[in-house]
Ligand binder design. Structure first.
Ligand code: KG4
Ligand code: ZN
Length: 295
């Protein structure tokens, strides 16, 4: 799969860049800098993007700016809501990451806590697989849970005392609930029962995210909260977090759905701020598949 994804990047990157420039009615000479995701992600995919960006920067004589795309998920809020002010607590909930930061500007983010095992989006995807629902699991579980009683099938919440997260326990609890002691046993639940399990699972994950995000605000005495990443699309998370934040006097932002999942606009936007701050990269810019990138 990583190999297929990497090849697909090679096939599509050139036409995508050409189309982006054509749609914007710009040529390469009109841009100020070339921003590119260099961390974190699939190493092959990152390498394709970074190689393309280096070539463009070299050919056009433009500066190159390496961007940590997790910080881009935070910046997605600023794209949609220019009035978002700093400092704010940022909750990034994506397929590969679940982290809390104290953000003091577009480009400064101090890590407060993160998942010690599965990311929230990963848990949605794995649970959807256990329930034979398809991929990606997040939007499917979100849709199936609408109008369901989330208390019908309840799961234990793991809320660490720190600002970290842990979602592997709940994923295993769903597995046992659905398949019993034999993980390979065929699925015998009705569609209705599976939707109840999905709703109970989603509720537990959402409760933990809400709890930890508000705990981070109270501990850092920060009354702004910005959420980003694919799971920030989740209807129930939006409902519960907005309600709880309002109760605690915390102002809360969610980007529109198109800026929640991975997108190039957030990378370009954050790249602009890094460029303005002089945080540009050399042509020796390397990819960092797992860790954060410090420009
Ligand atoms: O941020 P993203 O596009 O990619 C990464 O950087 O990982 O996030 C993708 C993740 C997937 O795990 C997907 O299942 C989840 O976001 N997701 C959702 C929803 N929409 C996407 N999870 C819960 N509810 C949703 N509505
Ligand atoms: Zn992402």
């Amino acid at each position: 799969m990583p190999e297929i994804a990497c090849r697909a990047h090679i096939e599509t990157i050139y036409p995508v860049v050409e189309k982006a420039l054509a749609d914007a009615m710009l040529s390469l000479k009109d841009v100020d800098a070339v921003a590119v995701t260099c961390a974190p992600g699939l190493v092959g995919a990152l390498l394709v993007g970074v190689s393309m960006a280096k070539s463009l920067a070299l050919v056009a004589g433009k500066p190159l700016v390496g961007v940590d795309h997790i910080h881009g998920h935070i910046y997605a809020n600023k794209l949609a809501f220019p009035d978002l002010a700093w400092p704010c607590v940022s909750l990034v909930v994506s397929g590969g990451h679940t982290s809390l930061y104290l953000s003091t500007s577009e480009i400064e983010h101090e890590l407060l806590g993160s998942t010690t095992d599965d990311a929230a989006g990963e848990a949605f995807d794995k649970v959807a697989k256990i329930l034979d629902l398809g991929f990606p699991g997040g939007p499917i579980i979100d849709g199936l849970s609408k109008g369901r009683d989330p208390k019908k099938v309840a799961f234990k919440r793991t809320v660490p005392e720190t600002l970290d997260f842990s979602f592997s326990g709940i994923k295993t609890a769903v597995l046992y609930k659905v398949r019993g002691q034999n993980a390979k046993a065929p699925l015998t639940m009705s569609a209705d029962e599976r939707a109840d399990v999905a709703a109970g699972f989603q509720e537990a994950v959402v409760d933990v995210l809400v709890e930890q995000a508000l705990k981070a605000c109270l501990r850092t005495r920060t009354w702004r909260l910005a959420v980003g990443g694919g799971v920030a699309c989740n209807t129930r998370l939006r409902e519960k977090l907005a309600a709880r934040a309002a109760k605690e006097g915390v102002q809360c932002w969610f980007p529109p759905a198109k800026f929640c999942t991975d997108n190039a606009a957030m990378v370009a936007g954050l790249g602009y701020h890094l460029y303005k701050a002089g945080r540009v990269s050399g042509l020796d810019l390397d990819v960092v598949p797992t860790k954060a990138h410090k420009p």
